[in-house]
Design a protein around this ligand. Structure first.
Ligand SMILES: Nc1ncnc2c1ncn2[C@@H]1O[C@H](COP(=O)(O)OP(=O)(O)OP(=O)(O)O)[C@@H](O)[C@H]1O
Length: 523
């Protein structure tokens, strides 16, 4: 049972994690990582144990109850005839036979214990669901605060964070207290009833022995079996309670396991697999609001076309939705109206997995690295890449120089989320990672923002190599970095308000792009 339990826990974890990583990005906007981690780590153990170790206890107790009752009846049958005929009424007319003792045991312990056990089980189920939620909140708080430990330290908020963690752990403690009270009430009540009946059996059984209607041996065996039955019913109640606890903890787990993404096929492997792509992109009348903020429309009819092989910059004020263009193109979300096409095909009909794996590469605004070596981070999208390919991607991303300066070179450990790398180094590793896939469409979200002027110049210099033979979308904040763009798309109020080449737009006196440039120069 223990082995089966461990196997169940392993399978539950794997299946739930597999389902979670395939969820839409919206799911991660709605759920906090700490909660998911806690469900995977703690809830799976409660559920696994409740259906295995607990079942073994339940089976043992069930068998003991059945056999014990059978033996009681057996003791009874051997005496039944004489008991019923000769001692049906004893002395002063009291109803005292072994049958009566059985009835006494059965009637006075089992039904009340059964009713109390059902009630106790329900309480445990509710408390268990609440405890698992409270436990997930403690993990959430710990995870978030430790993730941001540098901010916590910089603002000297260690005490406050310890206090907020303690508040959450206290909620778990209070629920555990409730569970303890419920357990103590149930088991002490059941124990008291059991002892009372045991005394009653001894008292009446003693009288029967004294009267010679049963032998001391009969009473002893009967007493032994009834104790077995009593204990096993207590055990069965405990089993039921633990089962209910498992059910309480499982509700959220099964919801996580069964939850299906909203964006059908966001990470599924169905749909068209585009093999020969030119890299033409079209946004047509796209309307969009983030699902978690559906009243704030980001796009209200966004339309633009990017021809294959061009280097396009998307510009606009902060919060105008530039990064959202990338998120829609990667199909992290679907537009509420309108469509996005790649080579004339609506991306909703493409195989999302294939599209992201073979057609596109993305350098996010804040590149995070996995806690492993530089090599593994760069080869993340193409684990079979050769050393030569990795070096070549690094050269184009202007990353080779600094990587080679590390004593361990490509084997240097990048730290959790890349903390052991500078912002500029992380960005160049992320650019190299994107280039290694040799994508037809490269999306760079403010990819050079963390670079110092000289590194940025070096990356800009290699831009001609980076863009060669592919469509590049640069989501630009610093307008100085987009002079090489073939085409600029200016986004404002959810629409495209201007398009054109850099020189052309800069010269438009009253143009939106010109305003952006002027605003940036004067700041
Ligand atoms: N996951 C999200 N859920 C809800 N709202 C979001 C989400 N991501 C972004 N937003 C909101 O959408 C709007 C557009 O954000 P976006 O990141 O696209 O802007 P941006 O133009 O790239 O800004 P910046 O140049 O400052 O990075 C903002 O108002 C932002 O608050």
């Amino acid at each position: 049972m223990r082995m089966a339990g461990e196997r169940i826990i392993e399978r539950l974890r794997n299946q739930i994690f597999e389902n979670i990583v395939k969820q839409d990005i919206e799911f991660f906007d709605r759920n906090r990582t700490g909660e998911i981690i806690s469900r995977l780590a703690a809830d799976t153990v409660v559920v696994g144990k409740s259906v295995t170790q607990n079942i073994s206890d339940g089976l043992r107790n069930g068998i003991m109850a059945v056999v014990g009752t059978g033996m009681m009846l057996y003791v009874n049958t051997s005496l039944t005839v004489s008991c019923i005929l000769d001692f049906f009424f004893y002395e002063n007319g009291t109803f005292l036979t072994i049958r009566f003792l059985i009835q006494l045991t059965m009637m006075s312990i089992i039904p009340p214990i059964a009713v109390a056990a059902i009630y106790y089980g329900r309480i445990l189920r509710d408390i268990s669901a609440k405890t698992q939620t409270a436990t997930s909140h403690t993990t959430q708080v710990a995870q978030e605060k430790l993730d941001l430990i540098r901010t916590v330290r910089a603002f000297a908020q260690e005490n406050r964070e310890s206090h907020s963690y303690a508040t959450e752990t206290h909620k778990v403690y209070e629920l555990s207290m409730k569970e303890s009270y419920a357990g103590a009430t149930f088991f002490s009540g059941a124990g008291f009833a059991g002892n009372f009946v045991a005394m009653a059996i001894l008292y009446y059984g003693g009288s029967l022995v004294a009267a010679g209607s049963i032998t001391p041996g009969d009473l002893t065996s009967f007493f032994l079996y009834s104790t077995y039955v009593g204990f096993s019913f207590m055990g069965l109640s405990g089993f039921y309670g633990e089962l209910m606890k498992g059910i309480g903890a499982s509700s959220r787990l099964f919801a996580l396991m069964e939850s299906k993404g909203q964006v059908e096929g966001q990470s599924s492997q169905t749909g068209i697999k585009l093999e020969k792509v030119t890299g033409r992109i079209e946004f047509k009348d796209v309307e969009f609001a983030y699902p978690t903020r559906s009243d704030a429309k980001i796009f209200k009819g966004l339309s633009f076309t990017i021809e294959p092989g061009t280097n396009v910059a998307i510009v606009g004020k902060s919060g105008s939705g530039k990064s959202t263009v990338a998120q829609l193109l990667l199909r992290f979300y679907d537009p509420s109206k309108g469509s996005i096409f790649i080579d004339g095909i609506d991306i909703r009909s493409l195989d999302g997995n294939h599209m992201r794996n073979n057609i596109m590469s993305f350098v996010p605004q804040e590149p995070s690295l996995f806690a492993t070596t530089i090599r593994e981070n760069i080869a993340y999208g193409r684990s079979n890449a050769t050393d030569q390919e990795i070096e070549s991607a690094c050269e184009r991303a202007n990353a080779l120089g600094f990587i080679k300066k590390f004593p361990q070179g490509f084997e240097t450990y990048t730290g959790e989320k890349g903390v052991a790398m500078s912002g500029g180094q992380k960005q160049r590793i992320a650019i190299a990672r994107a280039l290694l896939k040799d994508p037809k469409i490269l999306i760079m979200d403010e990819a050079t923002s963390a670079l110092d002027a000289s590194s940025e110049n070096l990356v800009q210099d290699s831009m001609s190599q980076i863009v060669m033979g592919r469509t590049v979308i640069t989501i630009a904040h610093r307008l100085s970095t987009i002079q090489q763009a073939d085409f600029i798309v200016v986004v404002e109020d959810g629409r495209v308000v201007e398009t054109g080449g850099y020189e052309e737009l800069v010269e438009r006196e009253d143009g939106k792009f010109r305003h952006l440039i002027d605003a940036q120069l004067s700041s």
